[in-house]
Design a binder for this molecule. Structure first.
Ligand SMILES: [Zn+2]
Length: 89
């Protein structure tokens, strides 16, 4: 059985990633928030019972690397196309 680890506002963030945020007072829809390891889950001034956080997606360094590689490839492709356009202009 997979354990659902739920954290409360004020707890220390042990794992960087995207967290689902559930307010104890229904004044907001469920939102997703990025939290960095070592920080604290943010409280809410409106919710007296606090806020619950559940890890949705771990921050995977490999995914970020892939994202950077993809962004760089797109940029290089854009520059190459731009240069070709200038040559034909
Ligand atoms: Zn709230």
């Amino acid at each position: 059985m997979k354990l659902l680890r739920v954290h409360r506002s004020g707890d220390r963030v042990l794992e960087s990633g995207i967290y689902s945020v559930l307010h104890s007072t229904p004044h907001m829809l469920i939102e997703h928030q990025f939290n960095f390891e070592g920080g604290h889950f943010r409280p809410c001034r409106i919710c007296p019972l606090g806020v619950l956080y559940r890890l949705k997606t771990r921050c995977a360094p490999a995914a970020l690397t892939n994202f950077r590689a993809t962004a760089l490839a797109s940029l290089l492709d854009f520059v190459a196309r731009h240069n070709r356009l200038l040559e034909t202009w």
